[in-house]
Design a protein around this ligand. Structure first.
Ligand code: ARG
Ligand code: ZN
Length: 892
């Protein structure tokens, strides 16, 4: 089945428009596993029925790396064919029992898809197409079946046996083995199937929900990790309560289990009733996890729990619809975290952090060779489409429904979606239709087809705003226009529906209450841009305003707006929308950094005095939260700066940003010292937004002060930082202090790192931080690559563990000045690591392959060097289809 193009064929492409319903349905599946690390036997008995709505055709079952022993139809041996990896059965009755017996080798499963072993425990990962590595099946999300599962394994070695649903029977067998039988009361697609078997302990919590139902929540980890599960359990309890309170969505299982594994390709997986998590998103204690880790756990626990409705009760018809569940569920976990944050300021901080991810990761994706719509049209390997576009931009699209419909209208739409589609496998169109039908007459309903272009058109739209004030008529006319750049396969774009939340700020007066097109006066209006260009007229504008547009980042677009420095400073100080206040500061900093990069600015002091002064007064304000201040005082990232340039010299960008950091360290020296002393807490650790914000600002200040000490030769602040690496009461402070020394290249960094390693030698997640910290540190004199190569030989390094590979190799490729060397050695290192990993884990390799997505934007000599390495990868004889798809697109 190759659409062969040449001898080393490109992988076949699957197209959305080729979707056809399945030729058969599988109504029930009864699986029985004899678990053995090297040879697990799987007996799969299915009840199969021809789909009468499809033309008669053979049954084609998917398989991958299976050993097939036996196939029985209605209890009788039968003839079958193999077509590639598919098992093909012909001449079948309309309804029949199908029994398939296979074996597989979990120990050799280094791809971590299907059934694998991690620290002597069996785990499964089936999304997207891993179930076919367990047994032959119709491995597609629109085939939903009732599952029952019997697990048999050695009792001592694998005392805990888990699968989806309810435990209905368990007992002891001969030869030291035992068994457990699980029945899942909910029909599901096979990508939600899971089993776990091993030596695990559980934190348990019984809960009674708002509506009075009782449930058992369990978090399974290795026995020694039980004391690190409290935060995950709290987060899970909050998730259950929140989904019921906010959307009326109740837990539909008696038992809800979360299991942690240290070998996992992604963050976590929402298997029905048996979520499997990367330990990174479960385990936390104040001593071992940072505030960022605590927040990550809260949102990923929420995310997977919320999938129980958005993903599991209503699932995807096909994998092109992935954002139907992922965009919606990311939106839900973002809202969950914001609602838990409680204060308006903490909500804004969360929003800023989410937008920062979108802009530093998704915008580049949308402008590069892998650009694809939120609902892709084609793929070679679906795992390559678990992207920030499908997830984070998808979440922004869902957020726009809420912005257009209001919270209540959105909730009505979601309710109608479940009323119509509970138990079904559906499409993004079905979701859009429910939102619209639940809100007849709404702006969304009027422009639904146009709104749906957010699903079909790739690329980040540009919105340009031009305003004109008529003082006499007290009228302000705002012209908004939109364009969208071409993306691969999409030269021309049609206009989008873009909600722009707008306010008018009068310097010295704050928000003006103004009326739009003669309507009720208000301080904020939602302008809906649907045309290529449109005018909005505000009245009762009593003073010349500065427009505050796209408040809260109301649409995933680039806003071009010609504001003077003075106007940006006014917004930073006075905008009632904290997102836009932060945004104004970032625009000002960005402008000055870019001027320095392109040559006009001053490299010794890239920032202008008024910008520095504004940052100082923000830092000193008593009415702002520390977390918000830390965000305002953090310069735009190098990758976001690079995205603004046509021709990127990463070393130059790095030099400018570092110079600006040094300038801020110097010019605000007294203020940083004040900030550190003021925000340093020695009380007991709590991960709430207020105290974590204080730690974040204190950590930023300490980094600045240690940086400054490099220039002044001061030893007080490095000494304080070093002391803190020893006696910090929590990991956030300890990490920040260690990072301050490492990032400044201070002589105390090495002893601090050695201590850090010794203290946490047995804690894999902390050792990941130890690697990441060093791989992400600024390159001083070109030594970063050598440091990373040395760490690669460290006894604790193991590329087969995805977390560890990410902590060292991905942290290095994400460190622009270390990775982009004029001699190209960073790229050579990248190719070698990529090919090595691809040989055992294509999914992780394909993520690493993305590091050179933007090579065409690089200046020489980087560009040619990167191109050369990409070509070498493409010429490699045995690439996975995962990596092949990525490099072919990059080279196209
Ligand atoms: N559905 C999972 C989530 O919560 C992600 C699983 C992705 N797995 C994969 N092999 N691509 O986002
Ligand atoms: Zn998800």
């Amino acid at each position: 089945m190759f659409h062969a193009r040449d001898a080393q064929a490109s992988p076949p492409v699957i197209r959305r428009e080729d979707y056809a319903p399945p030729a058969y349905w599988i109504d029930t599946v009864d699986l029985s596993f004899d678990l053995d690390p090297t040879k697990t036997r799987v007996l799969n008995r299915m009840r199969v029925r021809r789909n009468a709505e499809q033309p008669p055709q053979p049954l084609r079952l998917d398989g991958d790396e299976l050993n097939l022993a036996r196939v029985l139809v209605n209890g009788q041996g039968t003839s079958f064919k193999m077509d590639g990896d598919q098992l093909v059965l012909d001449g079948l009755p309309d309804e029949f029992d199908l029994e398939i017996f296979t074996t597989c080798n979990p120990e050799k499963n280094t791809k971590l898809m299907g059934l694998y072993l991690s620290q002597d425990t069996f785990f499964t990962q089936c999304e997207a197409e891993g179930f076919r590595r367990i047994t032959y099946f119709l491995d597609r999300p629109d085939v939903m079946a009732s599952f029952s599962v019997t697990l048999r394994a050695d009792r001592k070695r694998f005392p805990v046996l888990l699968s989806n649903g309810n435990l209905v029977e368990q007992g002891v067998l001969e030869d030291g083995r035992h068994f457990a039988k699980w029945v899942d009361p909910h029909r599901k697609p096979c990508y939600l199937f899971a089993i776990v078997a091993g030596c695990l302990a559980a934190r348990e919590q019984r809960i009674v929900t708002e509506s009075g139902s009782e449930h058992l929540l369990q978090i399974y980890v290795r026995p020694g990790d039980l004391d690190k599960t409290e935060h995950a359990m709290q987060s899970l309890m909050h998730s259950v309560a929140w989904d019921e309170a906010r959307f009326g969505l109740k837990l539909d299982l008696e038992r809800f289990m979360v299991v942690a594994t240290s070998d996992f390709n992604m963050g976590a997986m929402e298997n029905k009733g048996l979520n499997i998590f990367n330990t990174k998103y479960v385990l936390a204690s104040p001593a071992t996890a940072t505030d960022v880790d605590f927040d990550g756990i809260e949102s990923v626990i929420g995310h997977e729990y919320f999938h129980n409705w958005t993903g599991n009760r209503v699932t995807c018809r096909d994998w092109f619809q992935l954002s139907l569940k992922e965009g919606l569920t990311v939106f839900r976990d973002q809202e969950f975290s914001m609602d838990l944050a409680r204060t308006a300021s903490a909500r804004a901080v969360k929003r800023i952090e989410d937008v920062r991810v979108l802009r530093t990761v998704q915008f580049p994706e949308d402008a590069g060779p892998m650009a694809h719509p939120v609902r892709p049209d084609q793929y070679a390997e679906i795992n390559n489409f678990y992207t920030v576009t499908v997830y984070e931009k998808g979440a922004e699209v869902v957020r726009m429904y809420q912005t257009l419909l209001g919270r209540e209208g959105f909730a009505k739409g979601l309710a109608l979606y479940f009323e119509r589609h509970d138990g079904q496998a559906v499409t993004c169109d079905d979701f859009a239709q429910a939102m619209s039908d639940a809100n007849p007459g709404s702006t969304l309903a009027l422009h639904l087809d146009q709104f749906k272009r957010w699903y079909s058109q790739a690329g980040t739209p540009r919105v340009t705003a031009v305003g004109q004030y008529d003082a006499e008529g007290q009228r302000y006319t705002l012209t908004l226009s939109q364009t969208c750049p071409a993306t691969p396969g999409q030269a021309e774009k049609q206009p989008f529906v873009i909600p722009v939340i707008a306010g008018l700020v009068a310097p010295g007066q704050g928000d003006l209450a103004v009326s739009l097109h003669g309507g009720e006066p208000a301080t904020a209006h939602t302008l809906v841009l649907t045309e290529p260009s449109q005018q909005f007229v505000f009245e009762r504008v009593t003073a010349e305003p500065v427009p505050s547009l796209l408040r809260g980042f109301s649409a995933p677009v680039v806003l071009n707006q010609d504001l003077s420095d003075a106007e940006l400073l006014a917004l930073l100080a006075q905008d009632s929308d904290p997102f836009n206040a932060w945004e104004a500061g970032q625009r000002l900093l960005m402008r000055q950094l870019l001027a320095a990069v392109t040559g006009a600015g001053d490299l010794a002091a890239p920032l202008q005095a008024d910008a520095v002064a504004a940052l100082r007064s923000t830092l000193r304000r008593s009415d702002l939260d520390a977390a918000f201040k830390a965000l305002v005082l953090t310069l735009p990232t190098e990758s976001y700066l690079a995205e603004q340039l046509a021709d990127v010299d990463p070393q130059r960008v790095h030099a400018v940003r570092e110079a600006a950091r040094r300038q801020l360290a110097r010019d605000l020296a007294a203020d940083w010292a004040w900030a550190f002393d003021e925000h340093e807490d020695n009380g007991s650790y709590r991960p709430d937004p207020v105290s974590s914000g204080r730690r974040s600002l204190a950590g930023l200040a300490l980094g600045m002060l240690v940086e400054l000490a490099r220039e002044t030769g001061d030893s007080v602040w490095p000494g304080k930082a070093y002391q803190r690496t020893k006696d910090a009461g929590n990991m956030t402070d300890r990490y920040a202090a260690t990072a301050a020394l490492v990032n400044a290249g201070h002589a105390l960094a090495q002893p601090a790192l050695t201590r850090f390693h010794d203290l946490f030698a047995d804690d894999a997640l902390v050792i990941d931080k130890w690697f990441a910290l060093q791989a992400a540190a600024p390159d001083r004199g070109g030594d970063a690559l050598g440091r990373v190569e040395a760490l690669l030989r460290h006894p604790d390094f193991n590329a087969r563990n995805p977390n560890r590979a990410r902590s060292l190799i991905f942290s290095f490729t994400g460190n622009p000045a270390a990775f982009h060397r004029t001699d190209g050695a960073g790229y050579t290192f990248w190719r070698e690591q990529l090919l090595a990993i691809d040989a055992f884990n294509p999914q992780v390799a394909a993520r690493l392959a993305r590091a050179l997505d933007r090579w065409k934007k690089l200046a020489e000599p980087y560009r040619s060097a990167a191109h050369g390495e990409l070509q070498k990868v493409a010429a490699h004889p045995s690439l996975s289809k995962d990596v092949r798809e990525i490099v072919e697109k990059a080279l196209a």
